[in-house]
Design a protein around this ligand. Structure first.
Ligand code: NAD
Length: 242
């Protein structure tokens, strides 16, 4: 299996879960992910042709791909529709939307019938957040690209699904909370977005990705599965006490 953006956060939890369960894992990131048992690491930028070529070469050496998880994302081009820079917009769309398309295409001949693609989208692909136009658009695009991929790859027997995580307690998110003016109240605000009144863990997302990539999900394709503690069940702050 291949997972992009595997050096940290959700991608790392995905790589760890597959490795734990005995899969041969190809971990891809801009900087080298930590070594895991049964894991090969490739340093590559998924948004560059040269990077994707390196991934294809490594996948060929592995003897094929049964699961591809498009998880890497660029999340730093904040700003409203009036503010976001063209450069930030382009980088966000390239990494979060175009790269999953082009990487899947580059690997497809190494993926036999019965294999699966799992795209890591976001609740922000289903609903929008203020001042985050590029990221919202990229994840919204990835949601519908997932459906398009599922239709176009079904004749090959390749399933394609996506997860849409809520706020997940990755190192980066925890650091952002810590760096905020009032970490306690920022943390509570994040927690109150979810009906379950907490953030999710990277492992909780990894479990659902694993399921969607496995034969247990053999009749699922073209679906977007929220892993959001009930956030999108609500039209208000889902977990805020009433
Ligand atoms: P993260 O920023 O902690 O890790 C992302 C990893 O991707 C990093 O190691 C980074 O180096 C790598 N990466 C970025 N651009 C790359 C590129 N061009 N080529 C190769 N690797 C690249 O992110 P995370 O929070 O673990 O998020 C993982 C996925 O989950 C992303 O798709 C993100 O949009 C999505 N997501 C995260 C959350 C959350 O709360 N953390 C919520 C919803 C969705």
């Amino acid at each position: 299996m291949i997972v992009t953006g595997a050096a940290r956060g959700i991608g790392r939890a995905i790589a760890e879960l597959y490795a734990e369960r005995g899969s041969r894992v190809l971990s891809v990131d801009l900087s080298l992910p930590p070594t895991l048992k049964g894991q090969r690491r490739v340093r590559a930028d998924v948004s560059s042709a040269a990077g994707r070529e390196r991934i294809v070469r490594a996948a060929r050496e592995l003897g094929g791909v049964n699961v591809l998880v498009n998880n890497a994302a660029y999340q730093d081009a904040h700003g409203s529709v009036l503010e976001v820079s063209e450069r930030g917009w382009a980088r966000t769309l390239n990494v979060n939307l175009t790269a999953p398309l082009l990487l899947t295409r580059a690997l497809i001949d190494l993926m036999g019938a019965g294999s699966a693609v799992v795209n890591v989208a976001s609740v922000q692909g289903l609903l929008a957040e203020q001042n985050n136009a590029a990221y919202n658009a990229s994840k919204g695009g990835l949601v519908n690209l997932t459906r398009a991929m599922s239709l176009d790859l079904a004749p090959r027997g390749v399933r394609v699904n996506a997860v849409a995580p809520g706020a997940i307690s990755t190192e980066a998110v925890l650091q952002a909370i810590q760096d905020s003016q009032d970490p306690e109240s920022t943390r509570r605000d994040y927690e109150d977005l979810h009906a379950l009144r907490r953030m999710g863990t990277p492992q909780e997302v990894a479990q659902v990705v694993y399921f969607l990539g496995s034969d247990a999900a053999s009749f699922m394709t073209g679906t977007i599965v929220p892993v959001d503690g009930g956030m999108t069940a609500s039209f208000m702050m889902a977990g805020r006490p009433v």
